[in-house]
Structures are given as structure tokens and as C-alpha cells.
Ligand binder design. Sequence first.
Ligand SMILES: CCCCCCCC/C=C\CCCCCCCC(=O)SCCNC(=O)CCNC(=O)[C@H](O)C(C)(C)COP(=O)(O)OP(=O)(O)OC[C@H]1O[C@@H](n2cnc3c(N)ncnc32)[C@H](O)[C@@H]1OP(=O)(O)O
Length: 152
Amino acid sequence: MTRAIQDYYPERFSHCFGCGRNNPHGHQLKSYWKGDETIARFTIAPMYSGGVPGNAYGGMVASLIDCHGTASAAAFACRAQGHELGEGAEPVRFVTASLTIDYLRPTPVGKEVTITGRLMSLEGRKVRVALALAAGGTVCARGEMLAVQFRE
Ligand SMILES: CCCCCCCC/C=C\CCCCCCCC(=O)SCCNC(=O)CCNC(=O)[C@H](O)C(C)(C)COP(=O)(O)OP(=O)(O)OC[C@H]1O[C@@H](n2cnc3c(N)ncnc32)[C@H](O)[C@@H]1OP(=O)(O)O
């Protein structure tokens, strides 16, 4: 099976609540390449209810979009440098500088959603990513992220 983008994160960056493989309490989101775009699949548990039965709370939606966005930024930057994830180059590390979300319609719990990422622009340490979260083919939320390569 193909490794997820998050599986390439160094150990010290793998404790994120949203996507860290080493955080047993977190969501452990996994993002993958799909052609020139990225995709993640996730089923939101009913405990993340937004108060209306059957619908997720907005923070959960933002969390999934956030983590998929930073993973996408790392993958886009890596490919733009002419290599693929895991090809031995020093990993690029991105954090969210800005994230806007438009909540278009309610996001269901207990049903698989897909989160997709598309590269908008890449300029120095800055990567802009367009994101969408959909359920059953219907887009529930759109996001736009500015991810900045972290300086150690
Ligand atoms: C080959 C294998 C590859 C593997 C890859 C491994 C990758 C591992 C990656 C990741 C691991 C973790 C993954 C999970 C992450 C989940 C997401 C989060 O929750 S992240 C937590 C929430 N975010 C923060 O806490 C950030 C807090 N903010 C900061 O630390 C700084 O503000 C930072 C780093 C974002 C920028 O600070 P500066 O000092 O480094 O740089 P300055 O000069 O301020 O900004 C750089 C450029 O960005 C613009 N910029 C910064 N913030 C902006 C904003 N809010 N809006 C617009 N532009 C902004 C600036 O104007 C500047 O642009 P100009 O270079 O001048 O063109």
C-alpha cells in the first residue's frame, strides 16, 4: 500500500493531534497523492457533533482541512523541488500561517468524507493550497490555506 504523506514526517513532527501517527488520542489523518492533487478520507465519529444531530462541528471540519493542507503543501513543495517524498532529501516542514474556511452545507458524521487539495501557488517558503471537503460527492466546505515552510 502507498505510504501516506504524513508517514514521511520525521518522528519529532509526528505528534499532531490531527495527523500525527504517534498521537494515539488524535485523528491520525492520512493524505495521499491523487494525480497532481492530494486526497484524504475520514469518517467523523458522532461524538464530534455540532449540536444538530448527524452533523459535525465546524472545528472538526477545519481540523481535517488544516492537516490535509499542510501535508499537501509539503508534498507540493517536495515535487516542485524535483523529487518525491521519501527520496532521501531533507524533509520540508510546513505550518499553517493562514486558513480560511467557507462552510457551505452541513458535514455529516458517521459517513466517509473526502478532503482534496490543489496547489494554487508556490513562492519561496509560501505555498497556497485550495481545499475542499465533500460527502457523497457534495462539497460541504471549502478552504484556502497559506502554509509557510518552518525555519528551525
Ligand atoms: C520528503 C518528506 C517530506 C515530509 C514532510 C514533513 C513535513 C512535516 C510538516 C509538518 C509537521 C506538522 C504538521 C501538522 C501541522 C498541522 C497544522 C497546524 O496546526 S500548524 C500550527 C498552527 N500554526 C502555527 O502555530 C504557526 C504560527 N506562526 C508561525 O510560527 C509563524 O508566523 C510562521 C512560521 C508561519 C511564519 O513566521 P516566520 O518568521 O518564519 O516568517 P515570516 O517572515 O513572518 O512569514 C513568511 C512569509 O509568509 C507571510 N505570512 C506569514 N503569515 C501570514 C499570514 N497570516 N497571512 C499572509 N501572509 C503571511 C509573510 O508575510 C512572509 O511573506 P514574504 O516572505 O515577506 O513574502
